[in-house]
Design a protein around this ligand. Structure first.
Ligand SMILES: CC[C@H](O)CC(=O)C(=O)O
Ligand SMILES: [Mn+2]
Length: 338
């Protein structure tokens, strides 16, 4: 089997769980531990990527360039990675991120909208960045369509293309079908990013590897939007058990979780996520990043969180429609939703 490259997204996808409040000091502490553990790419920043700190997605108290500088100051071998969603962040934002120390970027679009990444992927390559195309909400398109969009990202110059299970809604058979088709038809490596809303993140990551993916995502203790991501610590243990080649050290990855991340979380009053709430994200096929907003809307309008998420799934809401969550909660409160 080919070597597996691990991307840890504790400090980016995990930011959703702390309302995007990882400070430069927090980032330095956790990024250093991840780097020493042998993780290949360490993704940092606001949960919604560059310039995500807005009223729509939630403000961070910290400047994103300070956060990037903090990671770049301690990371010796991993790629300091940022997420760029065209339309939220721009090519200019990416240039600033590179000056602050970013060496890799994941350009993310909805699974059917790779076209909007052309300018950003090409610009990232010109900047000399390791450039990943990241197709989000992959459960919403069939395998042929995912391939069509992935081919576009490949043609723009992406070094890797990801099938991203943003809603944690995919089953192992879906993963096998999609990754196998990508593997058979693309010349660049394939990646897989999973959410654990149906408790399948590890199983789906294994299915992805078996089908030919060589870039796999995780986060320490599974910290991430919704039920969280594939736990990097568990993933490393599983990959070891499978005899796969990768660069991470199991004990050091576990220590990054318990000795670096856990005290940071404790200082913010975060101990664990309520997975049963997040289960509904996967059940309903709803964007994992909606959880934080849906919880707030649930408290504000006094309606069941599950009802909000299921209704958003029925309406096929996607990222960028966070304002719809409030509208849906309000409509449920007024008995306007059947
Ligand atoms: C809002 C961006 C999103 O969190 C990116 C991601 O990790 C995903 O789609 O799963
Ligand atoms: Mn994610």
């Amino acid at each position: 089997m080919a070597k597996i490259y691990l991307t840890d997204t504790t400090l980016r996808d995990g930011s959703h769980t702390v309302s995007h409040q990882f400070s430069p000091e927090d980032v330095a502490k956790v990024a250093k531990a991840l780097d020493e553990a042998g993780i290949d790419l360490i993704e940092i920043g606001h949960g919604d990527g560059l310039t995500g700190s807005t009223i729509n997605y939630g403000f961070s108290n910290y400047k994103e360039l300070d956060v990037i500088r903090a990671a770049a100051g301690v990371v010796k071998r991993a790629k300091v990675t940022v997420l760029l969603i065209p339309g939220i962040g721009s090519v200019e934002d990416l240039e600033e991120a590179v000056h602050a120390g970013a060496t890799a970027v994941r350009v993310a679009t909805h699974v059917t909208e790779a076209d909007v990444a052309e300018q950003h992927i090409k610009a990232a390559k010109k900047m000399g960045l390791w450039t990943v195309g990241f197709l989000m909400m992959a459960h919403m398109a069939d395998a042929e369509r995912v391939l069509q969009e992935a081919k576009k990202m490949e043609s723009y110059g992406a070094d890797v293309v990801y099938c991203t299970d943003s809603a944690g809604a995919m089953l192992p058979a879906d993963v096998t079908e999609k990754i196998s088709l990508l593997k058979a038809n693309l010349s660049i490596p394939i990646g897989f990013h999973s959410h654990n809303n149906l408790g399948l993140a590890i199983a789906n990551s294994i299915a992805a590897v078996d089908a030919g993916a060589t870039y796999i995502d995780g986060s320490l203790s599974g910290l991430g939007a919704g039920a969280g991501n594939t736990p990097t610590d568990t993933l490393v243990a599983v990959f070891n058990r499978m005899g796969l080649e990768h660069g991470a050290d199991l004990y050091k990855t576990m220590d990054a979780s318990t000795e670096a991340l856990a005290p940071v979380l404790l200082s913010k009053g975060v101990t664990a996520q309520t997975n049963l709430d997040a289960l509904i994200c996967g059940y309903a096929g709803v964007y994992s990043s909606f959880m934080l907003h849906a919880r707030r809307a649930s408290a504000r309008f006094g309606v069941d969180l599950r009802d909000i998420l299921i209704e958003l799934g029925r309406r096929r809401a996607v990222g960028g429609q966070e304002d719809w969550i409030i509208e849906v909660a309000n409509e449920i409160a007024q008995n306007k939703v059947k």
